[in-house]
Design a protein. Structure first.
Lengths: 116, 116
């Protein structure tokens, strides 16, 4: 079956440009997460949606980062005025909100963002 | 805030040898614990999880982990590794005391290299 997909897989942006990263979760998954993975590090939480509601955005590093999930399915992570420190792999994950699958997050392949 | 420590950044091992990847987390009343594997240029795949019950958890690909509450550890083990187990392994925790948020806190990862 189809897993979590992300696009683009690779993105090169010049410093100061805006970028938009897309995540298509597994159909029917209620919860959606964004994580940032810097080179040689573990993923770090950015933000969390339950359906269209953004319930936790405590991990967004600055107000240049913005995420949305307007219809409770596809999500977009937008980074405005990119900086070199934004270079990382951005991972999206989704999960069902059922007791059996509680906390089991399915990850996409990630978008590798390089800011030059 | 919850934190996860993976004590070894790199673990080289010969094929068919046993391996243990160590993980410690900061103390909390209730936690869920996970091990994920990441192959090059791919997203994270869940190996196993501890939610409750038996402290010995069996996962995919012959891996198992033991939850030790007194030592706040969740070490990953495999009795005999294969070349195909070469990958990065991440330990993660979900802290139930943080208002029930499902977000995961990851360690920095352990790169397992299996040599012939």
């Amino acid at each position: 079956g189809a897993g979590v997909s992300q696009s683009p897989r690779y993105k090169v942006a010049k410093r100061g440009q805006d970028v938009a990263l897309r995540c298509d979760p597994i159909s029917g998954h209620v919860s959606l997460f964004w994580y940032q993975q810097a080179l040689g590090q573990g993923p770090e939480f950015l933000t969390y949606f339950q359906n269209e509601a953004q319930l936790d955005k405590s991990g967004l590093p600055s107000d240049r980062f913005f995420a949305e999930r307007p219809e409770g399915s596809v999500s977009t992570l937008k980074i405005q005025r990119t900086q070199q420190e934004d270079s990382a792999v951005y991972l999206c994950a989704s999960s069902l909100n059922s007791p059996r699958d509680l906390y089991e997050q399915y990850f996409g392949p990630g978008t590798r963002l390089t800011v030059t | 805030a919850q934190s996860v420590t993976q004590l070894d950044s790199q673990v080289p091992v010969f094929e068919e040898a046993p391996v243990e990847l160590r993980c410690n987390y900061s103390s909390s009343v209730s936690v869920y614990l996970f091990w994920y594997v990441q192959y090059p240029n791919q997203g994270l795949q869940l190996l196993l999880k501890y939610l409750s019950g038996s402290t010995l958890v069996k996962g995919i690909n012959g891996f198992e982990a033991e939850f030790n509450k007194s030592q706040t550890s969740f070490h990953l083990r495999k009795p005999s590794v294969h070349i195909s187990d070469t990958a990065e392994y991440f330990c993660a925790v979900s802290d139930l005391t943080q208002g029930g948020s499902e977000k995961l806190v990851f360690g920095k990862g352990t790169k397992l290299t299996v040599n012939p």
